[in-house]
Design a protein around this ligand. Structure first.
Ligand code: G3P
Ligand code: MG
Length: 400
């Protein structure tokens, strides 16, 4: 016996078109559920190739040495604990420094309870490694104890001099600073008559502004970097490089604290007051475009080596707290980059309620977890929109 279906199910007879359009929609929905998933990887391990995140550290993930609590959930979400069934690649771009990339990554791994590799990390002084070929004897300023000497040596600088070496050689250099026993022991004895200091690098925040500035000033006013000499025209000193230019930063104090950019301003003003001349200095770090280009290359290598993804992401979400460095740099780089760089400002760092940031972010959110949710939701919505458009045009072409 043949049971005929009710009439309204039978007419009109376009069942194969409906089935085809449903198949298209099913495929599209699968793409949406996992918008950037690389083909061939198991469902639970799918890594999106469509977007990525880049994180500032101080004021976003860490404040005054302590983890900002929402950061832990933010990384869980990026590492697959989300409703989309994806993992999202990420890198870290901080202006901070003062220790080797390896050491900082180990510390971050402990703090954030995830594995952080130097392959996904840039700090303020990382790009300085490219200058090791150009300069042989350099003065390295800032940081704790001997750490920055070790960083510079690791970058390939052959002859690394610290302010401690100079004070050990001549304690009259800094009338109000005497080396501690440890500093004296670690500083190197040498004959500065034979040394030409070719460049000055401020790697990390100075622990003693007065004596560090005195030594930098002595060199800037010297004849070709020879300590104890004075140039007649103050035009023969070595160049000065700072690893970043953040005038203030966010740490454990509730109000902002002055940072390396403030030392730079102070040094330039002091040089002018003493010599009557303008001092030109160079700063690396954010918001320099070079740092974002460096970040692009790092992210490309990281995604390829770790996830086997060979194409650039359509969008990089940059999460930061400093409008002058993070937001400005991301917005400016967005204008020249091949893909989209989307700035997100968090309220956990320099942000002050009731003020307008000098550089406008694409989004402002309470904390890093909200930033991650914002980016992922935006991607999901965009993918849904795209899928809806594509499936409706697929249905139209079937109907034609
Ligand atoms: O000294 C570091 C500070 O100025 C900024 O670090 O991580 O916010 O770029 P970060
Ligand atoms: Mg910051």
């Amino acid at each position: 016996m043949v049971v005929a279906p009710p009439k309204h199910f039978m007419a009109p007879s376009d069942a194969h078109e409906v089935a085809a359009s449903m198949e298209v929609a099913r495929h599209k929905l699968e793409e949406v559920r996992s918008p950037m998933a690389s083909p061939g990887t198991p469902l639970e391990a799918r890594v999106t190739d469509k977007f990525a995140f880049a994180f500032d550290i101080d004021g976003v993930l860490i404040r005054g040495g302590k983890v900002i609590p929402e950061a832990l959930d933010a990384f869980k979400m990026l590492n697959g604990e989300n409703g989309y069934g994806i993992k999202v690649p990420y890198i870290f771009v901080t202006n901070g420094g003062g220790k080797t990339e390896q050491e900082r990554c180990l510390q971050l791994s402990r703090q954030l309870q995830i594995e952080v590799s130097p392959g996904q990390f840039i700090c303020g002084h990382t790009p300085m490694r490219e200058m090791a070929e150009k300069y042989h004897a350099v003065l390295v300023v800032g940081g704790e104890g001997e750490k920055c000497r070790q960083v510079a040596k690791g970058y390939g600088f052959e002859d690394v001099i610290t302010p401690g070496d100079i004070i050990k050689d001549n304690s009259d250099t800094t009338p109000f600073r005497k080396l501690t026993e440890d500093e004296y022991k670690n500083s190197r004895s040498r004959n500065f008559n034979e040394v030409e200091i070719e460049a000055i690098f401020v790697f990390a925040d100075s622990r003693d502004w007065a004596s560090d500035q005195q030594i930098i000033l002595d060199l800037l006013m010297s004849k070709n970097g020879h300590l104890g000499t004075r140039s007649e025209n103050f035009d023969e000193g070595p160049p000065v490089f700072f690893s970043h230019n953040d005038v203030v930063w966010s740490t454990s104090h509730e109000l902002t604290r002055i940072g390396m950019g403030a030392l730079r301003v102070s040094l330039e003003a002091m040089y002018k007051a003493v010599t009557g001349k303008d001092l030109k200095t160079t700063a690396f770090g954010k918001p320099q475009i070079g740092t974002f280009q460096f970040a692009t290359r790092l992210l490309q290598r990281w995604r390829k080596d770790t996830h086997g993804i060979d194409s650039p992401p359509d969008t990089v979400y940059f999460v930061g707290d400093t409008p002058e460095s993070d937001i400005r740099g991301t917005n400016e780089f967005n204008k020249e980059a091949e893909n989209s760089w989307y700035s997100i400002l968090v309220r956990t760092g320099l942000f002050r309620e009731g003020t307008t940031p000098r550089f406008s972010p694409r989004a402002t959110v309470d904390n890093v977890l909200e930033a991650v949710k914002h980016g992922m939701t935006r991607e999901y919505r965009n993918a849904l929109r795209k899928a809806a458009i594509e499936s409706s045009s697929a249905v139209e072409s079937i109907e034609e």
